[in-house]
Design a protein around this ligand. Structure first.
Ligand SMILES: Nc1ncnc2c1ncn2[C@@H]1O[C@H](COP(=O)(O)OP(=O)(O)OP(=O)(O)O)[C@@H](O)[C@H]1O
Ligand SMILES: [Mg+2]
Length: 153
């Protein structure tokens, strides 16, 4: 059985190898290549956020087994957290507010939206002692991502 993996990401470049490790882990669990890459991209987005907004983050990958085989990506940090943990999933929500025009945003604000579209489930929680944990899960052999995007809450 594939065991849990854990590491610390400190630099923007760590998103790349974190993504590669996540893809490998997903393949070991039985995910199809396109789903393994969806997991990799999501991992990259979450690591990028942790490094960018909190300085560093701890990445934890773990298999899910009951009742379906799946994978959980958890990226936790000790940064400032997010005040509105619902709004932040909406595309265009960046730096604490929603900005309609992409050219007026300080960043695109689409990373978390993309994670929710690519994965089966994504959520976040405040950590005791400060910081944020963002969690995303995907299960092997579920329906194509486009079909489930609207109900992935
Ligand atoms: N780990 C985090 N700690 C604190 N704030 C965060 C964290 N992750 C995201 N945020 C906040 O949530 C906002 C939205 O994040 P999201 O990843 O969707 O977009 P972005 O990082 O602004 O831009 P993009 O990912 O499209 O380059 C960010 O602008 C930031 O304010
Ligand atoms: Mg982002």
């Amino acid at each position: 059985m594939t065991k849990r993996l854990e590491w610390i990401a400190r630099h923007a470049a760590d998103a790349t190898w974190s993504a590669a490790r996540a893809a490998e882990f997903a393949r070991e669990l039985g995910f199809a290549p396109e789903d393994a890459w969806a997991i990799a991209i999501s991992t990259s987005e979450l690591v990028t956020n942790a490094v960018r907004y909190a300085g560093w983050g701890r990445v934890i990958l773990r298999p899910l087994h009951d009742p379906m085989v799946g994978l959980e990506v958890r990226v936790e940090d000790r940064g400032p957290g997010i005040a509105d943990m619902e709004a932040v999933w909406v595309d265009g929500y960046s730096a604490g507010r929603f900005v309609r025009e992409p050219q007026e945003r300080t960043s695109l604000g689409t990373g978390l939206g993309a994670v929710r579209r690519l994965m089966d489930w994504a959520g976040m929680e405040r950590r005791e002692g400060g910081g944020l944990a963002v969690i995303a899960r995907k299960w092997v052999g579920t329906v194509p991502s486009a079909a489930r995007a609207s109900k992935a809450r």
